[in-house]
Design a protein around this ligand. Structure first.
Ligand code: AHM
Ligand code: MG
Length: 376
C-alpha cells in the first residue's frame, strides 16, 4: 500500500504487509499527509531558542513542560461530565474519594509539572492564596517564576463552553539558589519573558509569545502533539466584534456605554453595527477577537470597583500576546503592563484588542472625564 507519509511513521520492516495495524497506519498517514511538513510545538520552541544568543535552554524546557501539562489538563477537560457516570460505575472514585473540581485538578497538574520540571523557583496561581516557593535544590536554582490561571472561565465547565489556561513567565529578581520571594511575582507586565494561553475549545490550541511575535499550535489528537497552525499571528487594526457583559453597562464608566452605543449605530463606511460577542470565558473571547479583530472590555463597576480580572495572571499575559500581535491592552487609560503591582491577586479594569478599536473606546472615557472636569 503506497503512502506519502514521513518515514519516521513507518512500522518496522518485519511487520506483515497487511492487517489491522497497517490499515490504522494508513489512516493516520492519510490524515497527516496534507500537513507533511508539520512543526510540533517542541520543535518550534527549540528552533527558536537560537534567537536568544545566550539562552541556556531553561525557558525552552519550561515552555515544553507547559505544553505537556496542558495536554493532561485537556484530557481531563474532555472527560468533564463523565465524572458522575464513570463514578457511578465505580471506574473513578473507587477509593470513595470526592470528585475534585476541575480547576483544582488543573492547578495540581500545572503545579506538579513546574515542581518536577525544576525550571522555576516558584509559582503563583489563581487557586492559591499565596505564592509557592519550591524548596528543592534544583528548583531553587531555577531562573524563572510563573504565574497562571489554571482554568479560566471554569464556571462554564458545566455547560460545555470553552475554557482556558493563562500563563505568564518572568525572570526572577531574587538571588538564584535561594527561595522565590514576593518581589519575584510583583513585577510589571513589561518584564514578562514569555506568556500565553491554552484554549480548550472545539479544538485545543496553545498560543504563546516570547516577545518575537505570536504563534499558535493546534493539538493533533491522533499523534498527541501541538502542531504549528497559526504562524506569526497578527490582529486586524479594527474588527467588527465588541465583547462586554452588557449587564454591567449601567454600573460602569459612562464612556463605555457611549462606546457600546457607537458600536451599535448603523454606518456603512465602518461596517457598523458591529456584532456583540460575549462568551464570558476570557480566553475564548480573547482568542476569537485576536483572530477576527475586536475589543474585549471588563471595566470596574460599582459591584467590582477594582474590576474583576486579575492583573498578574489574566490581564498581563494576554496584554503581552496582543501587543506582540499588533494590538493593545489598557485599563482604559494606561498600558496594563506598566502598572506596578502591589498584590498577587490584584484586579484591574481591562480593555484589550485591535488598536483602532482601543483608541476609540479610550477616547470616549477621556471625553467624559474632561467634560466632567470642565463642569465642576
Ligand atoms: P474566573 O477567573 O473566576 O473564571 O473569572 C474570570 C472570568 C473570565 O473568563 C470572563 O471573561 C469573566 O470572568 C466573566 O465574568 P462575568 O460573568 O461577570 O461577565
Ligand atoms: Mg480566571
Amino acid at each position: 500500500m503506497a503512502s506519502s507519509c514521513s518515514p519516521m511513521l513507518l512500522l518496522p520492516q518485519e511487520k506483515p504487509a497487511d492487517g489491522p495495524i497497517l490499515d490504522d497506519l494508513s489512516d493516520l498517514c492519510t490524515k497527516l499527509s496534507p500537513m507533511y511538513d508539520l512543526t510540533t510545538l517542541d520543535e518550534f520552541i527549540f528552533d527558536r531558542q537560537a534567537d536568544f544568543p545566550f539562552a541556556s535552554g531553561d525557558l525552552s524546557r519550561l515552555l515544553t513542560d507547559i505544553g505537556i501539562a496542558s495536554k493532561i489538563v485537556n484530557q481531563k477537560v474532555q472527560r468533564a461530565g463523565l465524572g458522575d457516570i464513570l463514578g457511578a460505575q465505580g471506574v473513578t472514585n473507587i477509593q470513595g474519594e470526592e470528585q475534585q473540581k476541575l480547576d483544582l485538578v488543573a492547578d495540581q497538574v500545572f503545579m506538579s509539572s513546574f515542581r518536577n520540571g525544576g525550571m522555576v523557583c516558584g509559582l503563583a496561581s489563581e487557586e492559591q492564596d499565596d505564592f509557592v516557593a519550591f524548596d528543592n535544590e534544583r528548583s531553587m536554582n531555577g531562573k524563572y517564576i510563573v504565574l497562571y490561571d489554571p482554568l479560566d472561565g471554569s464556571s462554564n465547565i458545566d455547560v460545555n463552553v470553552s475554557i482556558g489556561t493563562i500563563f505568564s513567565i518572568y525572570r526572577r529578581v531574587s538571588p538564584v539558589g535561594g527561595p522565590a520571594t514576593m518581589e519575584d511575582f510583583l513585577q510589571p507586565g513589561n518584564k514578562q519573558v514569555a506568556a500565553g494561553y491554552v484554549l480548550y475549545g472545539s479544538s485545543t490550541m496553545l498560543v504563546y509569545t516570547t516577545g518575537r511575535g505570536v504563534n499558535g499550535f493546534t493539538l493533533e489528537q491522533s499523534i498527541g502533539e501541538f502542531c504549528l497552525s497559526h504562524r506569526d499571528l497578527k490582529t486586524p487594526n479594527a474588527g467588527r466584534l465588541y465583547s462586554i457583559n452588557e449587564g454591567n453597562l449601567k454600573i460602569c464608566h459612562p464612556g463605555i456605554g457611549m462606546y457600546a452605543d457607537w458600536c451599535r449605530e448603523t454606518d456603512k463606511s465602518t461596517g457598523r453595527p458591529y456584532s456583540g460577542r460575549y462568551i464570558g470565558s476570557l480566553v475564548a473571547d480573547f482568542h476569537r477577537n485576536l483572530i477576527k479583530g475586536g475589543i474585549y472590555i471588563y471595566p470596574d463597576t460599582t459591584a467590582a470597583p477594582e474590576g474583576k480580572l486579575r492583573l498578574l495572571y489574566e490581564c498581563n499575559p494576554l496584554a503581552f500576546v496582543i501587543e506582540q500581535a499588533g494590538g493593545r491592552a489598557s485599563n482604559g487609560y494606561t498600558n496594563v503592563m506598566d502598572i506596578i503591582p502591589s498584590q498577587l491577586h490584584q484586579r484591574v479594569s481591562y480593555f484589550v484588542g485591535s488598536p483602532g478599536m482601543m483608541d476609540r473606546a479610550e477616547a470616549y472615557l477621556k471625553e467624559v472625564d474632561e467634560k466632567s472636569v470642565s463642569e465642576n
